[in-house]
Design a protein around this ligand. Structure first.
Ligand code: 4AD
Ligand code: MG
Length: 427
C-alpha cells in the first residue's frame, strides 16, 4: 500500500482505495463500538475509525495524543467526518507511544510560548510555517527574475550599520565584535562586482521594545543595486510586494483562509503604491492632534494613524537627515533631507526602510563626522566611494513583519518558529 499524504485523501485522490498514512495522533474519542483517531501529518488532518472487531482495537486503545503512528486502511468519503473524508482503519501501528502531552485546550498563551517546541505541532503553526516558506520562495523567484544574484553576507561584523543602541556585542577571539543588524554595507561592496545583489539572512537587534512588531533576531530580505535612483527603488519594492501577495493568494489560499486572515487585503495590493513625503505625513499627523513635530521620528502610534488612512501599503519618503542613518544620500537641493523611504502597512506600520546611498566620498565623510562615528571603522566602506563610485539604492524588508501583516497575526513572534525577544530565548 502506497504511503499517501492526508491532504491527498482530503482532495479526493484516493477515494475507495487502500492507503497508508504516517503521522501523529491529534485527538482521540472513544465510543462503545468505535475509536475515532484524528491523525495529522505535515499536509493535513483526518479522522480514522477503528471498530471493536478490528485486531488493532487494543493498539488504538493504547494510543495516546501525539503518539506517532502508521495507519493502513481504506480512504472513503464521509460527510460527517471533518474535512469530508475518513480512513476506515485496517491496521494501526504505534511507532512512538507518547507520554501525557502537556498541551491541552485550556492552556495560556504564556504556557504555549514556554513549550514552543511542542506548540509548533499545532495546526495554526503548521499553516504559518508553510506560508512563510512560500513567501521565501516567491521572494527568491522575484529577485532572480529581475536579474539579482543571491549573496551570503557575514553575521559577525566590525562595522555598525544601524546605530549603536541596538547592537549586540560579543567577544570574538578576545576582540569586540557585533552581530549584524543589516547586510547592507556588505551588499554595497558586492554591487561593484555583481551590480544587482540580494540576500535573505538573519539580522540581530538588541531591541528593548516589547511590541507586537519587534524581535531580537529576525530574517531580513535585502537587495542592493547599482546605477539606480529613488524611482527605481520604489518600483522594485512595490513590485516585490505585489508579486508576493499575488502568489500567496494563488498558491496559499487554503492556508491563508484556514488562518482566518483577510485574503482580500492581499488581492487588493496593486501598484503603484501611494507615496507621501515625510513633511506631508507630519502635517497630516499634526492635523490629527498627534504630538509630533517636524524633525522627530514616527512612533508606532503615528505610523498606525497614517496607515489607517491608506488602508494598504504606502511609501513615506524624503526624511530629515537627523533621524536617518549615516549612509543616506543628502538631497542636493535641500541638505536638511535625505533620500530615504519607508514602506508602511496598516496595523504594523513600517515593514521596510530603503533609500539612495551617499555615493560621494566627501559627503559621506561629512555624515560620518556629523554623527561622531569612528572614521577608521568605516575605512573599507569609504573605499567603495574611492574606487569607481556609482549611484546605488537598496532596501531591507523584515520577513516577519511582512508575515504579521499578511496573515493578520496578533504578534510577530508567531511568524518565526523560535522567536527571540528581550524575554524569550528558550526553547
Ligand atoms: O529600518 P531598518 O533598521 O533598516 C536597515 O537595516 C537598512 N540597513 C536596510 C537596508 O536598506 N538594506 O530595518 C529594515 C527592516 C525594518 O523596516 C523592519 O521591517 C525590519 O527590518 N526590522 C525588524 N523586524 C523585526 N524586529 C526588529 N527588531 C526589527 N528591526 C528592523
Ligand atoms: Mg527603518
Amino acid at each position: 500500500m502506497p504511503v499517501v499524504t492526508i491532504q491527498g485523501i482530503l482532495d479526493g485522490k484516493h477515494e475507495g482505495k487502500s492507503v497508508t498514512v504516517r503521522g501523529w495522533i491529534y485527538r482521540k474519542r472513544e465510543s462503545k463500538k468505535t475509536i475515532f483517531l484524528v491523525v495529522r501529518d505535515a499536509s493535513g488532518i483526518i479522522q480514522c475509525t477503528v471498530k471493536t472487531d478490528n485486531p488493532s482495537w487494543i493498539e488504538a486503545e493504547k494510543a495516546t495524543i501525539e503518539s506517532s503512528v502508521i495507519i493502513k486502511g481504506t480512504a472513503r468519503q464521509d460527510k460527517r467526518a471533518p474535512g469530508g473524508y475518513e480512513i476506515a482503519v485496517d491496521k494501526l501501528s504505534i511507532i512512538g507511544l507518547a507520554e501525557i502531552f502537556p498541551i491541552t485546550q485550556d492552556k495560556s498563551e504564556e504556557f504555549l510560548r514556554n513549550v514552543r517546541h511542542l506548540w509548533l505541532r499545532s495546526h495554526r503553526m503548521n499553516l504559518i510555517m508553510k506560508v512563510r516558506s512560500e513567501v521565501l520562495r516567491f521572494t527568491h523567484e522575484f529577485f532572480r527574475k529581475e536579474g539579482f544574484i543571491e549573496v551570503s553576507p557575514p553575521m559577525f561584523i566590525s562595522t555598525a550599520c544601524e546605530g549603536g543602541s541596538t547592537l549586540f556585542g560579543l567577544k570574538y577571539f578576545g576582540r569586540d565584535l557585533y552581530l549584524t543588524q543589516s547586510a547592507q554595507l556588505y551588499l554595497e561592496a558586492l554591487i561593484y562586482s555583481l551590480e544587482k545583489v540580494y540576500c535573505v539572512a538573519p539580522s540581530f537587534r538588541a531591541e528593548k521594545s516589547r511590541t507586537i512588531r519587534h524581535l531580537s533576531e529576525y530574517w531580513h530580505i535585502e537587495p542592493e543595486w547599482a546605477f539606480a535612483d529613488m524611482e527605481d527603488l520604489m518600483h522594485i519594492e512595490e513590485n516585490l510586494l505585489r508579486y508576493i501577495c499575488q502568489k500567496t493568494v494563488k498558491n496559499c489560499r487554503r492556508e491563508v483562509e484556514s488562518l482566518d486572515a483577510d485574503i482580500s487585503k492581499l488581492k487588493a495590493v496593486k501598484t503603484p503604491f501611494p507615496r507621501i513625503t515625510y513633511t506631508e505625513a507630519i502635517e497630516n499627523l499634526m492635523a490629527k492632534d498627534l504630538k509630533i513635530k517636524w524633525g522627530e521620528d514616527f512612533g508606532y502610534d503615528d505610523e498606525k494613524a497614517l496607515a489607517e488612512e491608506f488602508g494598504g501599503p504606502f511609501f513615506v519618503y524624503a526624511y530629515p537627515r537627523q533621524i536617518k542613518a549615516f549612509y543616506c544620500k543628502t538631497h542636493r537641493d535641500n541638505p536638511e533631507l535625505v533620500m530615504s523611504t519607508d514602506l508602511l502597512v496598516p496595523r504594523i506600520g513600517e515593514i521596510s526602510t530603503g533609500g539612495v546611498r551617499e555615493d560621494d566620498k566627501e559627503e559621506l565623510l561629512k555624515r560620518i563626522r556629523e554623527l561622531s562615528l569612528k572614521e577608521e571603522d568605516y575605512d573599507w566602506y569609504i573605499d567603495l566611494r574611492r574606487y569607481g563610485t556609482v549611484p546605488h539604492v537598496g532596501f531591507g524588508l523584515g520577513l516577519e513583519r511582512l508575515l504579521t501583516w499578511m496573515l493578520d497575526l496578533e504578534n510577530i513572534i508567531d511568524a518565526i518558529p523560535f522567536p527571540r525577544t528581550i524575554r524569550r530565548f528558550y526553547p
